[in-house]
Design a protein. Sequence first.
Length: 268
Amino acid sequence: MSALTPEERLLWPDGAPYAKGDTPEDRPALFPYLLEGTDRPVVIVAPGGGYGVRAAHEGEPVAKWLNGLGISAFVLRYRVAPYKHPAPVSDALRAVRTVRARAAEFGVDASRIGLLGFSAGGHLVASAGTQWEGPNPEAADETDRVSDRPDLIVLCYPVITFRDPHTHAGSRQNLLGESPDAALVDAMSAELRVTSETPPAFLWHTSDDAAVPVENSLLFAAALREKGVLFDLHVYSSGAHGIGLAEDHPFASGWTSAAAAWLKTQGF
C-alpha cells in the first residue's frame, strides 16, 4: 500500500471565483495522498490557522495517518486572509465536488468522501457540512453537476460558533471582518445551521482548551442531537490547542484510535 507523490490539483484551473490575483494563495487546490487501488474511501483535510494561515502539522501528517488506515486523502489549500467569506467555504465545497466528479480518476468511491478539519479548519468543515447545496444539474461546469455534500465530517478542536462569549475572535475577524453584522455572525455559526441532513460527525476537544473553548464542540453536538444526526464526541480533560495528531500527549493521543474506529463504522 503506497501513496502517490503529492501534486496540486487546482479546484478551478481557469481561476477561482473571488480571486484577487494569480499566486498560489489565490488558487485553491488539493494535494493528493492517494492509495493504489480503486473505490477507496477518501478524506479531505483542512488544516487550522485562524483563517490566517494553514498549519503544516495539521496537513500532510494527517493525510499520511489516514493512508495508514487504508483511506486515501487530500490536503486542501483553501483561501485565508485577506480572503473573507464566502471564499473559504466555496473552496471546501468545490473540493468535495471535484473529488466526487473525478472519483474514477483518483481511484476513490464517490459515495465515501469525508472532510476533516482542525480549529478554523474545523469551522470550515462544519460550515461545509451545514451549507452544502447538492448537485446543480443545469450547471455549465460539469464539476458543479455533482453533489457537494460530504458523507461525513471530522472536527478536531473546532471553531463552531461566531457568537460571543465562546467564539475564537481571530477566526471570526479574519473570515468576517472587524465588525460583522449580527445576521452574518449567526449565519456562520455552524451550530445554528444543523439540519437532519447534516452528515454524521466525529468531534474531539480538550476541556481546558484556552484558545477555542470546548463549548464549541458541545454546542455542535447538542445541535446534532436535536436534529437526530449521529455523532461521536470525545472530550479529553486537558491539552493545549493545536496539538494535531497529539502523538506525544498522555491521553488525547487516543483521539486517533477513536476516530479510526468511528471511520470504520461509517464504512471508511
